[in-house]
Design a protein around this ligand. Structure first.
Ligand SMILES: Cc1ncc(COP(=O)(O)O)c(C=O)c1O
Length: 394
């Protein structure tokens, strides 16, 4: 058996393979440079063009570009009218921003546990968390696999709630044949470099509701009713601030990058699916781990590939497997520490032990590298390193 790199053996690869990374080509760079030479650096024609292309891609009426996925969630919570005293259901197995956005507007996150297979919000647990103060549900498409949207939409109807989808992992995913982005009242996307397409930092909210779209646009621009080009066209300096908004605008050159990247999305999602299929085939025979479940009625866009360790078959814990894989130069990661476990939420009074499915899953999770720019050799290095480390500790 080859010696593990962590014990002084030769690592599977010479350089660290990150868990994700952007892909920027010459045409992306040229698109950005063209805008840098133009008159508009911030809100200009490329913002509108990117928003229209994005809305068309996800099959909805409106897309509003903002400065991050977090800003997209914050704007969505604002557009949903959440305020102090309102409760919002959200799963604990996600990035902190999915719940923080509720706090930004003074609302109260009510964490509801996830399904044991997909680790997405469990509609039954979500319904159990609903009270007369509940105003909305934020569901998260964990790893890129869409949530149980039909069940959640039925809940929304039954209890007169707003459904917000945190689709930050799920650009390019489909649910029962329809793209994520047209299935909830509001869907938030992230354009961070580890995501499916990037603008550096950036985010988008999609909606088919014109009033909500108007509120999103107001919110990203300080709550001010007009942008400078509208004032110029009207020959007037007049504007009004009608709501407390923020500067969450995305620049024109970032939107040019977004348009160029969007062209490549189908090929990149296809490559992610190919890599996921290779991993799942290679690891199916390893009893020390479980591969991520794939449901027949939805197609993941594979932002993450998360295995679960069967710790009862291993001589060591997750941390030793994590460190051994890092020593082999495989940039594994863990997504996520349950959000209410963070000290900020603990100080607010949330106590551990309320979400047994998410909390037990967290102890076993490990994210493997997955991104479209990975070569076949990179993929085989991951397969080799995982097999080597697991065989050693199994
Ligand atoms: C599920 C989820 N929601 C929200 C965000 C926030 O996105 P951003 O980093 O663009 O602010 C992330 C980012 O990693 C995420 O994974």
């Amino acid at each position: 058996m080859p010696e593990l790199a962590i014990h002084g053996g030769v690592p599977v690869r010479e350089r660290m393979l990150p868990y994700s990374r952007q892909w920027v080509d010459d045409d992306d760079i040229e698109a950005v440079v063209r805008v840098l030479r133009s008159d508009w650096l911030t809100t200009g024609p490329n913002v509108t063009a990117f928003e229209e292309a994005f809305a068309a891609w996800v099959g909805t009426e409106h897309a509003v570009a903002v400065s991050s996925g977090t800003a997209a969630l914050h704007a969505a919570v604002f557009a949903a009218g959440i305020g102090p005293g309102d409760e919002v259901i959200v799963p604990p197995m996600t990035f902190a921003a999915s719940a923080n956005c509720i706090r930004y507007q003074g609302g109260t996150p009510i964490f509801a546990d996830v399904r044991p297979d997909t680790l997405n919000l469990d509609p039954v647990r979500a319904e159990a968390g609903i009270t007369e103060r509940t105003r909305a549900i934020i569901t998260v498409d964990y790893t890129g696999q869409p949530s149980d949207l039909d069940e959640l939409r039925a809940l929304r109807e039954r209890h007169h709630l707003i459904l917000i989808e945190d689709g930050c992992h799920a650009l390019g995913a489909t649910y029962r044949g329809r793209p994520v982005g047209c299935l909830a009242h509001l869907t938030a996307f992230s354009l961070h470099p580890v995501k499916h397409i990037t603008t550096g930092e950036g985010g988008v909210v999609t909606t088919s509701d014109g009033e909500m779209a108007a509120r999103l646009r107001l919110f990203r621009n300080h709550g001010i009713t007009t942008v400078p080009s509208q004032r110029e066209a009207a020959g007037s300096w007049f504007y009004e601030m009608t709501e407390l908004g923020y500067n969450y605008r995305l620049t024109d050159f970032q939107c040019a990058l977004g348009q160029a990247q969007l062209q490549k999305l189908p090929a990149w999602v296809a490559r992610r699916r190919e890599i996921a299929a290779r991993y799942s085939a290679a690891f199916a025979v390893i009893r020390e781990l479980e591969t991520p479940p794939v449901l027949a009625d939805r197609e993941s866009s594979w932002h993450l590939y998360v295995i679960r360790l069967n710790l009862e078959y291993l001589r060591v814990g997750r941390i030793e497997v994590f460190r051994a894989l890092r020593a082999e130069n495989i940039g594994v990661n863990v997504h996520y520490i349950p959000v209410p476990w963070h000290p900020y939420y603990q100080k607010l009074g949330y106590t551990k032990g309320q979400w047994p499915v998410a909390e037990a899953a967290y102890e076993r999770l490990l994210s493997l590298p997955i991104f479209p720019a990975m070569s076949d050799q990179d993929v085989e290095d991951v397969v080799k390193a995982v097999s080597k480390v697991i065989k050693h500790y199994g």
